[in-house]
Design a protein around this ligand. Structure first.
Ligand code: ZN
Ligand code: ZN
Length: 275
């Protein structure tokens, strides 16, 4: 799985020179994920509870309750920090102090990983400040370290999830928000989960964040010379989501890569006042 991701990353680095730097950074971390073999154990799923959850709009798991293998993620986070702090980076001092606390006491990593799962932004900012790192950097590294465990778990539970029949703007598996969306080759719209990467079908003309369907309050903008990419926004809740139109391309990358390769669209959307 990671091998395919690496191949795709190499291809996109060549195709999207503007996103080369961020994709190269991703590739270097993804290469360290090759050896990660998270332990996953499927707990029996209560079919009745599962049906009730689906009917009431509850995901299979709440993010904070995902039974992920924190040991494997902790180990991977240490590997990331060990590798990155030897590179010439502006934040190498911060990376070195993060590595020191991580090696001294693995409850530091476990706490950080739990904060990511609970989506506790304030706590992440505090922990990042303590080791003198940008919160965004620490969050990215911790989330990458969790990825193999979360994806293995997601794949294990996939038979219990109907991604075509989920009518909500959050992930049916882990309840997270989508990071990016896409239109498939037949024009159907899908959301891509920011945490577990699950993709689920979603109505074309509805805001995933507030369920607004009033077209007068919605719109999109795109960038000159970049056919196939756009930003859908909603004036009712002030949120935006990027979209990739697969009909325009012969081949697109996995959505986690497309999300990274389109950071300039996030910058534009924020400039336009959306969040
Ligand atoms: Zn998810
Ligand atoms: Zn909205």
């Amino acid at each position: 799985m990671v091998d395919d991701l690496l191949k795709e990353t190499e291809r996109l680095i060549k195709e999207r020179p503007l996103a080369g730097e961020v994709l190269t950074a991703f590739r270097d971390l993804a290469a360290l994920m090759v050896g990660a073999t998270p332990a996953t154990k499927e707990a029996p799923v209560d079919e009745q509870l599962k049906d009730i959850k689906r009917e009431e709009g509850f995901p299979l798991f709440a993010r904070g309750d995902l039974p992920v293998d924190l040991d494997s993620a902790t180990e991977l986070l240490e590997t990331f920090l060990t590798t990155l702090q030897t590179k010439e980076r502006q934040d190498s001092e911060g990376l070195e102090s993060a590595l020191r606390v991580c090696q001294k006491d693995d409850s530091w990593s476990r706490n950080l990983l739990s904060m990511i799962l609970k989506n506790d932004e304030d706590a992440i900012v505090r922990v990042a400040g303590d080791v003198n790192l940008e919160a965004q950097t620490l969050k990215f590294l911790a989330q990458m370290a969790l990825t193999p465990s979360i994806q293995a778990l997601r794949d294990l539970y996939l038979p219990h999830i109907d991604t075509d029949a989920w009518d909500y703007g959050y992930c049916p598996f882990c309840g997270s928000s989508p990071s990016i969306s896409f239109f498939d080759k037949t024009g159907k719209r899908y959301m891509h989960c920011e945490l577990c990467g699950l993709e689920w079908r979603f109505p074309r003309l509805r805001c995933p964040f507030c369920s607004n369907v009033d077209h007068k309050n919605m719109g999109y903008f795109d960038v000159e010379n970049q056919e196939g990419f756009r930003v859908d926004f909603c004036r009712q809740c002030g949120r935006y989501i990027k979209a990739v139109d697969k009909r325009v391309f012969e081949q697109t990358g996995p959505m986690e890569l497309e999300n990274l390769a389109t950071l300039h669209l996030d910058i534009l959307a924020v400039k336009e006042g959306f969040k």
